[in-house]
Design a protein. Sequence first.
Length: 308
Amino acid sequence: MRGWWQDLTDLVLPAECGGCGMPRTVLCEECRAALSGAVPSRVRPEPEPPGLPVVHAAARYADEVRAVLLAHKERGALALAAPLGTALAGAVRTGLRATSGATPGVTAAGGGGPVLLVPVPSSRAAVRARGHDPARRIALAAAGELRRTGTAARVLAVLRQRRAVADQAGLNSRQRLENLAGALAVAPGGGRLLRGGSVVLVDDLMTTGASLTEAARAVRAATAHAWARTRREGGTAEEGPISCRGTTPVVYGATAWEVMGERMNGSRHEGTGRRHAVPGFAGAGRADDSICAAVVAAMPDSFEINRN
């Protein structure tokens, strides 16, 4: 009800810019440029969680961009979903080009079906409090923008929270990973749907990468299970999960991941941490991963890392 009422009032009452407060405009030209004016970049939090897919962001989470995201998420400025969706669509296009080598145009990247945008879900309590699910609303706007510009795209809101999680505020990177571990699952039947195109996880904001890491784990597990079931029922390997690169499907199993030790403690030296078995994925976070991710914004220092 709150979401419906907010939609109506946004149409009737004078608006102000969600970024700077300029009256009688949803988003002024300067704030729109801050949101979508730059070329989306690959972002990597530090420390980078094992299992995090390749992520591209449209803008830095600061100043006007931060104000716009908060206005949409926390203050119910639902008209901002359209420009936020445009920014997210740009990050999706850049991510697909980077991971598949394809240029999104009249067909989906990779030629293996439409682009499937999978939003990271908010908790039920957060949705009730806000009156809407921000990531899902922005994903729907992004899918519309992608279709408008010739890329087949649709939203698959198949991720569900299967247990309660603590408030992430105040938690460090490791604590956030532990808090979210195993918290998401793909709805029954969702694994088969995810095999129908190029899967892109989407969210409004990436801070430590814990939410996208958990979402990726859940999606990998579901697509691997669906592919294995298809094989048992007499299907073929070509019916397996579609990747951003359009590569041969991969069955993900328990794989050692050599990052936990020093990197999770903030060290940037590679290959020196202890090896830990991480179930549900193989080769996660590499360019040949089965999924990629896109967000509207990421923390500024996650952009700085890419310059080194």
